[in-house]
Design a protein around this ligand. Structure first.
Ligand SMILES: [Zn+2]
Length: 305
């Protein structure tokens, strides 16, 4: 069980039970009732006589501290069962109602909670305004508050009223990171049983595909990304009828007319490709074929090769 890499200050408190007896599946956000730094909060939790701690602290400047390792149970929410399953976070706040939290600390808390959820497999954070739903973890609810377990104002009205917004901000971060690309080495996009491996690193996926004939690399959306497929994706194929601009000059020469609309390659071989694109059969540069092409260009109906 790891701790957050967002931590910039560590002062482990003796006030803890090691290890916790339950997997982490809950987040409990508290208010410090003081605009404390992470050092000041660490000092509060340092003496064993205090009999209190939290896993993390977010200071008034937005820095994040670790006081109790995630593998251990903090003494934070006046409830053993809750603290055994929850990661507890003390956030710097005003010392009186509504215990407001500044933007730096608020935003750092969201980043910290998202990191805790991601590392502990909490796919979605679910807040309920109903205490019974929260404490009984009904309907997937996985956020609790100190006032659920003790006659306390904690986490204060400011944070309490924002728990839903915090959950939503965290869930946005979680879904953004979940949608980052995974490169799968398979025989075809939908043939999951053929999968030899899946990588976040495209080069590793390519190397595995190279070693196995008949295998390609597909991204999260199922698009073949390696080897590069000759078939253009549907989004490109729909851009059809790519015409040259309308030729408004008076020349009857196809090379002059093509040059006038910006075509740099007026060679016979390129005009042959243009002819194919416009269903002009067996183009060899005859006057009749060139006139047909010029007329299409004058109508703005000559398809680019
Ligand atoms: Zn509290």
């Amino acid at each position: 069980m790891s701790n957050s890499s967002l931590v910039s200050y560590t002062k482990i408190s003796p006030n803890k039970t090691s290890p916790r007896n339950h997997a982490i599946d809950t987040i409990t956000i508290h208010c410090m009732a003081g605009q404390l730094s992470v050092e000041q909060c660490g000092n509060v939790f340092a003496p064993s006589s205090r009999q209190a701690s939290s896993n993390y602290g977010v200071g008034t400047d937005g820095r994040i501290a670790l006081y109790v390792d995630e593998k251990d149970r903090s003494w934070c929410s006046s409830n053993s069962a809750n603290d055994n399953r929850a990661v507890t976070i003390e956030v710097a706040s005003d010392s009186k109602h509504p215990y407001a939290v500044n933007d730096k600390a608020y935003n750092a808390t969201i980043q910290l909670v998202a990191d805790i959820c991601r590392r502990n497999g909490i796919k979605q954070l679910i807040w309920s305004t109903d205490k019974a739903t929260r404490v009984n973890h009904l309907n997937g609810a996985n956020m609790t508050v100190h006032r659920d377990f003790a006659a306390k104002a904690c986490p204060g009205e400011y944070l309490y009223n924002r728990m839903g917004a915090i959950a939503s901000a965290v869930n946005n971060i979680l879904s953004a990171s979940a949608s980052s690309n995974i490169y799968r080495v398979r025989k075809s996009a939908n043939d999951a049983s053929s999968q030899l491996g899946a990588f976040t690193n495209l080069d590793k996926a390519k190397a595995l595909a190279d070693k196995n004939a008949g295998y390609e690399v597909y991204d999260t959306q199922g698009n073949q990304v390696y080897p590069v497929n000759n078939v253009a994706p549907a989004s490109v194929q729909t851009i059809s009828n790519n015409y040259y601009p309308k030729y408004t000059g008076r020349s009857g020469s196809i090379t002059a007319a093509l040059s006038a609309v910006g075509e740099k390659d007026t060679s016979l071989s390129h005009r042959r490709k243009i002819a194919i694109a416009n269903s002009i059969a067996s183009y060899s540069g005859t006057a009749a074929q060139n006139t047909k092409m010029v007329n299409l260009l004058k109508q703005g109906k000559l398809v680019r090769a």
